[in-house]
Design a protein around this ligand. Structure first.
Ligand code: ADP
Ligand code: ZN
Length: 754
C-alpha cells in the first residue's frame, strides 16, 4: 500500500509531459525553437542547462544549436516537437555571451541565429573528441625523459615538436597536417618519448606567458597610463579608456602592461587589431615581451588550429587572444580586458552577413564581462572623442614620441604650381619638390616611402578615339589595369579579363590609354627617375600571405630596400627606423565621393602614413602633393593640429545632424531585376512613416548601382540622437514582405555609402 505522498508522486510521474526547452539554431532565424530534451540510457530525460551546445534536427538537416534561456511554450502540441539528438562535451556558452548575442542581434537588426553562428563559427570544435587519441609535448624533467631541445632532430620531426610546443591536444591527423609531415613522423616521435598520446577529455591549450619578466623601463607618462590600466584590470569593473598618443608614443608597450595585469588576475585578454594578417611585427614584439606566442584568430588559420583555438578559448586556456574583429565573438571563459588597437580603423566594421562595428560591440561585450576596454589610437574617431567629451569614455594621454624623437615636418606641395613633368614614356606624377626630396634621402643613405592608396597600374582605361571607358560588366565600376599580369580587374567583384588590343567599342588599334596612376605606375616612374634605387612595392595584392608580408617587412628593416611604394597597407603600425621621407602622391584622393567620413578618414590615413617617417634618431619629413592646399585636412595636417581638425569636423557634422550628433541606418535593397526592384522600392517609399525627429531619404540608386550583377537602391534613415533608428526600420520594413528575389539589408551606423 502506497502512502498518499508516494501515490501522488507516481501519479504525477505517469502523467508528466516530456520536458522541453528552447534551442537557438545557427540559421538566419530570429528566435529559438522548442525541442524535447534527449533521453538517457535509463529512459529518463536528461536535464540540460542554458548555454549547452546540442545537435538538433531542422528540416532534414542536423545542426548545432544552443539551449537558450526562457521556458519553452507548453501549448505547442507534442507531436510537432522534435527531439535533441546530441549534446556536445564543450562547456556551455556562458550567460554573458548569450546576452551579448541577443544584444548584437537586436542592435544590428540581425537574426539571433546569424549572430550566434559567428560565435559557433567552428563546427568541428563542437564535435566530441573523448576517446580519440590526442598528442602533446612531453616535458623534459628529472625522470629521464628525452629532451627535444638537446637532441638533433630531422627538420620534419622538429616541425612536429614546434607545433606541440606552441600548443597541446592534437589528433594524429591534425598534428601531421599542421606540421606538414606524414603521420609516421608523429609516431616516430612518440616512440622516442618526445611526445605522448592520451585519451582523456581533450586538453587544448596555449602556453602561459612568462609573467614578471621586466618589460622596457617606462617613461613617467607611460607609467602613469600603464598603472591606471592595471588598476582598472584588477578592479574587474567596466570602463572605456581611450589611450591617446601619437604613433611611436608607446601605446603598445603601455597596453602590454595591462595585458600582463589581466593574466596575473587569471583572466583572459583580447587584443583586436585591424588587420591581423599584416601584424607580423606586433606578434614578434609580443613573443619578445612574454616569451610565447598568443593565440591568433583570423581567417587564415588552418581548420585544425581553428578548432584548437576555439576550444582553448572556451576552456580558459588561451590567456591572450589577438585577432581580427571576429575574435570578439569567441566564447571566452573569463575575459578580463579588451584592447582595440587603431580603434579608428574602418576595417572593424563588418559589411556582410551581420553588419556590426567590432569596436562598438567590444564596448558592449566588455560591459557584460565586467572588464575595462582600451581604445588605442593616434587619431581617435570623432565618435570616440565625442564620447570622451560627454564623459562616457575616459582618456589617458601619451604626449610625445618615445625617446624624444620629434614629429615629422609636414609640407604641402601645391600641384597647381609644381606640376609633375612628363616622362619620356608618358605623364609623370611626382613634382620637382618631391623628386628632389627623394634624391636627397637616397643620397643620405636613408629610406623613402611613396604612398598612393590605389592598387594596380591605372584606375581607368580609356579609348583615345571614341572615348569608351572599360567598365566591369557586373558592377558600376571601371576596370583597373594590373600591368604585372597584363589584366584588367574589378576591385568590387573580382572580375578579371585580359587587356584587349583594340577598343572593344570602336575597334581602333593602339588606342587604349591608361588614365591616372596606381602604385604600379609610380613604381615604373621611380625606376626611371632613380635607376640606382632598390624599389619595392607593398600592396594588399602583392602581399598575399602573412609570410610574404613578413619577408617584405624584414627586407625593409634590413635596408635591402631604400625606396618603398605602397598603398594603405604600409600605414599599419610598422616601425622602420631608417625611413625618413614619406611622399603622398595624391593627398586629395580620399576626399571625394560624398561619404560623411571622407575628411576624417583622409586625415587619419595621412596622419598615420606621415607617422611612418623618422621614428628613430633621424628626423622625418612628409610631403603631401595636393591640389587643394587650403582644405582643412591639409592645413591641420601641416600644422600637426589633430584636435583642431576634430573641432572643425565636429562643427560640420553637428550642423548636418550627422553622426555622432544624429543617427543613421542605411537600407540597401538589391535584386537581379531592375523593374521589380524599382516597384518594390516605390511601395517602400509610399509607406515611409512620418515620425518627429526622423527623416527617411530615398530610394536612390546606390553609387554602386550594379554590384556583382545585382541592381541596388538605397534609403537612409536619419534620426535625432535620442531616437533609435532600429525601431523605425523594424516597423517600417516589417509592413512589407520583399519578393523572394529581392534582398533588404539594414546597415545600422553605416560606414560605407556605396
Ligand atoms: P605606439 O603603439 O604608440 O605606436 P609603440 O609602443 O609601438 O608605440 O612604441 C614605439 C617604439 O618605441 C617601439 O619600438 C617601442 O618598443 C619603443 N618604446 C616605446 N616605449 C618604450 C620604452 N619605455 N622603452 C623602450 N622602448 C620603448
Ligand atoms: Zn565588378
Amino acid at each position: 500500500m502506497l502512502d498518499g505522498g508516494e501515490g501522488q508522486a507516481l501519479f504525477e510521474e505517469m502523467n508528466r509531459q516530456p520536458l522541453r526547452c528552447r534551442v537557438q539554431v545557427i540559421l538566419p532565424i530570429e528566435k529559438p525553437y522548442d525541442y524535447l530534451l534527449p533521453y538517457g540510457p535509463d529512459g529518463t530525460q536528461i536535464e540540460l542547462e542554458p548555454g549547452q551546445i546540442v545537435m538538433v534536427p531542422v528540416g532534414r538537416r542536423i545542426l548545432p544549436g544552443v539551449v537558450w534561456d526562457g521556458a519553452a511554450d507548453e501549448n505547442v502540441p507534442l507531436k510537432k516537437l522534435k527531439g535533441i539528438v546530441g549534446v556536445s562535451e564543450v562547456p556551455p556558452l556562458r550567460e554573458e555571451l548569450r546576452k551579448f548575442v541577443e544584444w548584437v542581434a537586436n542592435y544590428t537588426l540581425s537574426p539571433q541565429g546569424s549572430v550566434l553562428k559567428m560565435a559557433l563559427s567552428v563546427p568541428q570544435a563542437l564535435e566530441n573528441l573523448v576517446g580519440q587519441k590526442l598528442y602533446c609535448l612531453v616535458v623534459a624533467g628529472e625522470n629521464g625523459e628525452a629532451d627535444a631541445g638537446k637532441l638533433r632532430l630531422t627538420s620534419a620531426r622538429q616541425k612536429v615538436i614546434d607545433v606541440v610546443t606552441d600548443s597541446g591536444g592534437w589528433t594524429l591527423a591534425d598534428l601531421a597536417r599542421e606540421a606538414g609531415v606524414s603521420s609516421s613522423v608523429v609516431k616516430g616521435l612518440e616512440k622516442l618519448g618526445l611526445i605522448e598520446g592520451y585519451f582523456e577529455a581533450p586538453d587544448f591549450f596555449f602556453p602561459s606567458p612568462e609573467l614578471d619578466v621586466k618589460g622596457p623601463e617606462l617613461s613617467p607618462d607611460q607609467k602613469v597610463a600603464a598603472d591606471d590600466l592595471a588598476i582598472r584590470v584588477q578592479d574587474r569593473t567596466f570602463s572605456t579608456v581611450v589611450l591617446d598618443g601619437v604613433t611611436g608614443s608607446g601605446k603598445t608597450e603601455v597596453y602590454f602592461e595591462a595585458v600582463e595585469a589581466a593574466m596575473k588576475e587569471g583572466r583572459q585578454a583580447l587584443v583586436l587589431l585591424p588587420e591581423i594578417a599584416l601584424s607580423s611585427q606586433w606578434l614578434d614584439r609580443f613573443k619578445k615581451r612574454f616569451g610565447v606566442a598568443p593565440a591568433e584568430w583570423h581567417s587564415d588559420l588552418t581548420p585544425a588550429l581553428r578548432r584548437k583555438t576555439w576550444r582553448a578559448v572556451a576552456a580558459g586556456k588561451a590567456p591572450v587572444v589577438v585577432g581580427a574583429r571576429s575574435a570578439l565573438m569567441l566564447p571566452y571563459r573569463d575575459l578580463g580586458l579588451i584592447i582595440v588597437d587603431e580603434e579608428h580603423e574602418g576595417s572593424f566594421k563588418q559589411e556582410d552577413g551581420v553588419y556590426y562595428h567590432a569596436r562598438d560591440m567590444a564596448v558592449v561585450r566588455a560591459k557584460g564581462c565586467d572588464c575595462p576596454i582600451v581604445l588605442a589610437s593616434a587619431t581617435p574617431a570623432l565618435e570616440t572623442m565625442v564620447n570622451v567629451q560627454n564623459g562616457r569614455y575616459e582618456r589617458l594621454i601619451l604626449p610625445g614620441r618615445h625617446g624624444g624623437a620629434g614629429m615629422p615636418d609636414v609640407e604641402l606641395i601645391d600641384l597647381r604650381f609644381d606640376k609633375p613633368e612628363r616622362l619620356q614614356s608618358g605623364p609623370g606624377w611626382l613634382s620637382q619638390a618631391l623628386r628632389g626630396a627623394i634624391r636627397q634621402t637616397l643620397e643620405a643613405g636613408e629610406q623613402a616611402m611613396l604612398f598612393l592608396n590605389r592598387r594596380g597600374y591605372a584606375p581607368l582605361t580609356l579609348c583615345r578615339t571614341c572615348g569608351h571607358r572599360l567598365q566591369c560588366p557586373h558592377c558600376t565600376a571601371w576596370l583597373v589595369e594590373h600591368r604585372r599580369f597584363r589584366r584588367l580587374q574589378c576591385h568590387h567583384c573580382g572580375f578579371s579579363a585580359a587587356l584587349p588590343e583594340n577598343c572593344p567599342s570602336c575597334e581602333a588599334e593602339d588606342s587604349l590609354v591608361p588614365c591616372g596612376p596606381g602604385v604600379e605606375r609610380i613604381v615604373e616612374e621611380v625606376k626611371l627617375l632613380f635607376p640606382e634605387a632598390n624599389v619595392a612595392l607593398m600592396a594588399s595584392d602583392t602581399m598575399t600571405s602573412p609570410a610574404a608580408t613578413k619577408e617584405m617587412v624584414d627586407r625593409i628593416q634590413n635596408r635591402e630596400v631604400n625606396l618603398l611604394v605602397g598603398t594603405q597597407v604600409v600605414a599599419k603600425g610598422y616601425h622602420f627606423p631608417y625611413l625618413t621621407l614619406v611622399g603622398v602622391v595624391d593627398a586629395d584622393l580620399g576626399l571625394f565621393g560624398g561619404d560623411l567620413r571622407a575628411a576624417e578618414r583622409t586625415f587619419q590615413l595621412l596622419h598615420q602614413v606621415a607617422g611612418r617617417a623618422g621614428r628613430a634618431e633621424h628626423k622625418g619629413r612628409v610631403l603631401l602633393q595636393t591640389s587643394d592646399p587650403k582644405h582643412p585636412v591639409m592645413q591641420t595636417l601641416k600644422e600637426g593640429d589633430r584636435d583642431k581638425f576634430l573641432e572643425i569636423e565636429a562643427e560640420t557634422r553637428a550642423r548636418g545632424h550627422l553622426p555622432p550628433f544624429g543617427r543613421l541606418a542605411a537600407v540597401i535593397v538589391s535584386g537581379p531585376d531592375e523593374g521589380e526592384l524599382d516597384n518594390f522600392c516605390a511601395s517602400l517609399a509610399r509607406s515611409i512613416p512620418q515620425i518627429d525627429g526622423t527623416q527617411i531619404l530615398g530610394p536612390a540608386p546606390a553609387p554602386l548601382a550594379l554590384l556583382r550583377g545585382k541592381f541596388r537602391r538605397r534609403f537612409l534613415i536619419m534620426s535625432k540622437k535620442s531616437i533609435a533608428p532600429q525601431g523605425i526600420a523594424r516597423s517600417w520594413l516589417g509592413q512589407l514582405k520583399a519578393p523572394s528575389r529581392i534582398k533588404v539589408v539594414v546597415d545600422v551606423d553605416p560606414y560605407s555609402f556605396l
